[in-house]
Design a protein around this ligand. Structure first.
Ligand code: NAD
Ligand code: UGA
Length: 462
């Protein structure tokens, strides 16, 4: 028999783990179980070496684990015990069949829905925590309702807006919590159950309730709009490099308009992460399904501009280094898709590394947290890559350093020491504009910031 204060989350990944840890920490009157088919991941959630690197996460987990937070591989038992079931499994881009390359692959979600329908022996509230296409709740509800025992299910949409690297801060103090419910009888009560849960720590005015389609749509649109801002400023960085304007100055000037605001206008090597690209492509696919081709093309351009930015960065390296990288050692500082995470999913580093290797460069990759994932991403390229725990070792004998990730630690390195150990001329490509370019130039580097003029000692350099 289920207890109304018993929660299950299926999927112990970057979202399921931290989100449930926060709920358990903030709601000691609830029991929270996180279940996953990946036994290794669950073992790590139960250990001192968590499966993901996220600042502050360990303290939150430690506070609740064993008290009212549990990690298990027994999904079925979890379903039977719980009243509220969050499903936070992965929803990657489909790689096969209809919609391949754009549509979301819903097979993991559907498996969970079917298992819940088969296993449940009492009423459940099923919560979409994963990011799903608009109208997914309809399909999920139909699968659940097809159970032969006449058990009743309520489906809610409760998308997650946390960003990696700041997940704990985002969960503790969210801009908003969004809850979408279907307009079937009793769904109001289900929605209230979820509102009451979040109200343990989130002010009521930040808990937004909508219809379920708006909630599903809002998640896709939030990511699309954030990514759109990055592609917009990145497109301007290319123009700045040609015209002598400085993209940092442009970004600052533009963002001081309070209607525009300053966030997500940092130019870089392109956005990465498991979601921006996949969610925009999912939106593009939806538009195509509804014959809204102009709308689809508009959003697709955000992704195409990102591909262009990654390619442009690698091409600039080749061009600056006399059009040949053959046999040259290039130190890549950073492989994670952003600072403060070990996650490398869709990291621009993957694409840039491949392009440099195609030019026969030898890479020395350093990252404070992401080397294990980098090794997996770059499997098959072992002959051309050295993985270095120490940035000074990566730079020794290198012709260039390329900053790929905006780790704060990179701003604190001794660049004179790095320079002294490198081949000359020593190039530095700052793909995140986090370093003091004038100082680097004075040390002797050929400096290539992003979206602004290079600083070169070469007499005939243009
Ligand atoms: P993830 O790959 O880290 O985790 C998903 C987990 O689900 C995996 O551990 C996998 O083993 C498990 N799983 C898959 N099928 C299962 C099944 N049938 N039964 C039990 N477990 C199963 O993914 P994630 O990054 O946590 O993302 C999950 C969802 O949240 C996605 O839809 C994503 O778009 C969305 N999202 C992610 C983020 C983020 O920062 N990563 C933020 C907001 C939303
Ligand atoms: C993003 C969103 O910010 C979250 O709200 C959302 O929940 C999540 O996607 C998701 O759905 O998965 P995340 O990808 O973890 O979070 O990290 P971001 O901080 O958004 O950064 C994404 C990428 O954009 C990174 O590669 C980052 O370096 C890049 N970025 C970000 C820029 O290049 N410039 C900026 O100004 C901001």
């Amino acid at each position: 028999m289920e207890n109304k204060k018993s929660i299950l989350c299926i999927g112990a990944g970057y979202v399921g783990g931290p989100t449930m840890a926060m709920i358990a920490a903030k709601c000691p009157d609830y029991t929270v179980t996180v279940a996953d088919i990946n036994a290794d991941r669950i073992a790590r959630w139960n250990s001192d070496s968590l499966p993901i690197y996220e600042p502050g996460l360990y303290d939150v987990v430690k506070q609740a684990r064993g008290r009212n937070l549990f990690f298990t591989t027994d999904v079925e038992q979890g379903i039977r015990n719980a009243y509220l079931i969050f499903v936070s499994v992965n929803t990657p881009t489909k790689t096969f069949g209809a919609g391949a390359g754009k549509a979301a692959d819903l097979q993991y979600w559907e498996k969970c829905a079917r298992l819940i329908a088969e296993t449940a022996d009492s009423t459940k509230i099923v919560v979409e925590k994963s990011t799903l296409p608009v109208r997914a709740a309809e399909a999920i509800h139909r699968i659940l309702q097809s159970n032969p025992r006449g058990i009743e299910f309520h489906v809610l949409s409760n998308p997650e807006f946390l960003a990696e690297g700041t997940a704990i801060r985002d969960l503790e103090n969210p801009d908003r919590v969004l809850i979408g419910s279907m307009t079937v009888p009793d769904s109001h009560e289900a929605m209230q159950t979820l509102v009451d849960l979040y109200a343990h720590w989130v002010p009521r005015e930040r808990i937004l309730t909508t219809n379920v389609w708006s909630s599903e749509m809002s998640k896709l649109v939030s990511n699309a709009m954030l990514a759109q801002r990055i592609s917009s400023i990145n497109s301007i960085s290319a123009l700045c490099e040609r015209t002598g304007a400085d993209v940092s100055e442009v970004s600052r000037a533009v963002s001081m308009d309070s209607r525009i605001g300053s966030k997500f206008l940092r130019p870089g090597v392109g956005f990465g992460g498991s979601c921006f690209k996949k969610d925009i492509l999912n939106l593009v696919y939806l538009c195509e399904q509804y014959n809204l081709d102009a709308v689809a093309k508009y959003w697709e351009q955000v992704v195409l501009m990102n591909d262009y930015q990654e390619r442009r960065f690698a091409e600039r390296i080749v061009k600056a280094m006399f059009n040949t990288l053959s046999g040259k050692r290039i130190a890549l500082f950073g492989f994670a898709f952003k600072a403060d995470t070990g996650d490398t999913r869709e990291s621009p580093a993957i694409y840039i590394s491949r392009m440099l290797i195609e030019e026969h460069a030898k890479l020395a990759i350093h990252d404070p947290q992401a080397l294990p994932n980098a090794r997996l991403d770059m499997k098959g390229y072992e002959d051309c890559i050295e993985y270095c725990e120490d940035p000074y070792e990566a730079a020794r004998g290198a012709h260039a350093i390329a900053i790929i990730t905006d780790w704060h630690a990179f701003t604190e390195l001794d660049y004179q020491r790095l320079y002294d150990s490198m081949e000359k001329p020593a190039f530095l490509f700052d793909g995140r504009n986090i370093l003091d370019h004038r100082k680097l130039f004075e040390i002797g580097f050929e400096v290539y910031p992003l979206g602004k003029a290079k600083l070169s000692h070469m007499v005939h350099s243009r």
